[in-house]
Design a protein around this ligand. Structure first.
Ligand SMILES: Cc1ncc(COP(=O)(O)O)c(C=O)c1O
Length: 387
């Protein structure tokens, strides 16, 4: 049997990870500034994470959601404490897209509506409803287009308001910071006005923090830069540091009923052990504040480089825009400098999404290597002009 060929692959085979580095089978050491799509939050193979999961595995990896599993409550309590969202309830699932599906269901259960507002360049996942509210036509099959979705420009309230005023919108879904779209931030004032409008028209506000959450922005959730209290908050990537786990934070205004949501694997003993270890390390190493501080320092270094169009982001979620497509630049960084960076749906934007325990020296190293690669590029252009 062969694999269904849906991913373009780099010819690199990582076999080991440690902190902010991964090692390939030839023994090359790479600085990981991408964290495997923003997934690695506390660093590769963190000893506390490895030990906690290994211990749990020795006792019990899995039983169904029909028995007492106190690890789920332990995870919820820690999450409430670190996120400042203690009054919300937690529903555990397995991935970002599954978290979005469940958030959309909760919204639709609540007000009985089906129309969704999302934003240009949004990415919310690839399952049925999640892909329908994603701004990426190629990934949508006819079966996904089963309810009405409107895409509006980010940070433009007027068009959203016009639509909400029809009183038929189930939910507005917005990323805390747009990730795959190329690191675009909703302005705090926009989020605050959006929440007011949602409340006025009985529409629910869903914050997708699957990529921007779990400390990446320098606050636990990126929406916390605004003064809002979303109805539903979705999480995944950083939550398990590579172990598949997702979750929805559900505002107390929703009433739970047995059977309305469910999953076989979500909230398993092993997933909870991973999730608890992540939060324990984040707390012990103060990673949220560290991400905020280091991100400011990093962006300052990048602002000073020549040849970039724009640097934007928050914490360790940074987009670097160039006046040309970044494909070759990223390949040079990967194959010549041994540095992983990320792409985005905007060909000119490189995404930086490292583990949250990245250090200043590693930032300096990257900036120096980028400077060198850009200098070589400039020299090549100059010499071709001279010829
Ligand atoms: C903002 C956002 N939402 C949802 C998803 C989907 O998550 P998953 O791939 O775990 O289904 C992603 C994945 O990249 C994402 O970045």
């Amino acid at each position: 049997m062969k694999l269904f060929d849906v991913y373009p692959l780099f010819n690199i085979e990582p076999v080991k990870g440690e902190g902010c580095y991964v090692y390939d089978k030839a023994g090359n050491k790479y600085l990981d500034l991408y964290g495997g799509h923003a997934v690695i939050s506390i660093g590769h193979s963190h000893p506390h994470y490895v030990e906690t999961i290994a211990n749990q595995l020795k006792h019990l990896a899995f039983y169904s959601n029909s028995i007492q599993n106190p690890l789920q409550q332990k995870l919820a309590t820690l999450l409430g404490k670190l996120s400042g969202c203690d009054e919300y309830d937690l529903f555990l699932c397995n991935s970002g897209a599954e978290a979005i599906e469940n958030a959309l269901k909760m919204a639709s259960f609540y007000n009985g509506r089906t129309k969704i507002i999302a934003f240009d360049k949004a990415f919310h996942g690839r399952t049925s409803a999640a892909v329908n509210i994603t701004d990426y036509e190629k990934a949508k099959a006819p079966i996904n287009k089963s309810f009405q979705v409107e895409f509006h420009p980010l940070n433009e309230l007027e068009s959203v308001e016009k639509s909400l005023a029809k009183n038929d919108v189930c939910a507005v879904v917005i990323e805390g910071i747009q990730g795959i779209g190329g690191i675009h931030m909703p302005r705090p004032a926009f989020l605050e006005a959006l929440q007011d409008l949602c409340q006025k028209y009985n529409t629910l506000l869903i914050l997708d923090e699957i990529q921007s959450g779990y400390g990446r922005s320098g606050l636990f959730f990126a929406f916390q830069y605004a003064n809002i209290e979303p109805d539903l908050i979705t999480m995944a990537k950083g939550m398990g540091n590579g172990f598949p786990i997702g979750g929805v934070l559900i505002h107390p205004k929703f009433k739970a009923q047995h059977g309305m949501l469910g999953t076989t694997f979500g909230g398993s003993h092993l997933a909870c052990a991973a999730g608890i270890a992540v939060l324990e390390v984040m707390e012990a190493e103060n990673l949220v504040a560290h991400a905020g501080r280091l991100g400011c320092y990093w962006m300052q270094q990048l602002y000073e480089l020549e040849g970039l169009t724009q640097v934007r982001g928050s914490g360790l979620m940074i987009g670097v825009e160039f006046p040309y497509s970044v494909g070759d630049l990223r390949k040079e960084l990967l194959f010549n400098e041994f540095i992983f960076t990320g792409s985005s749906s905007d060909p000119n934007v490189m995404r930086l999404l490292p583990p949250l325990n990245l250090q200043t020296g590693q930032v300096d190293y990257f900036v120096a290597r980028l400077k060198k690669v850009l200098q070589v590029k400039t020299n090549q252009v100059l010499s071709s002009v001279a010829v």
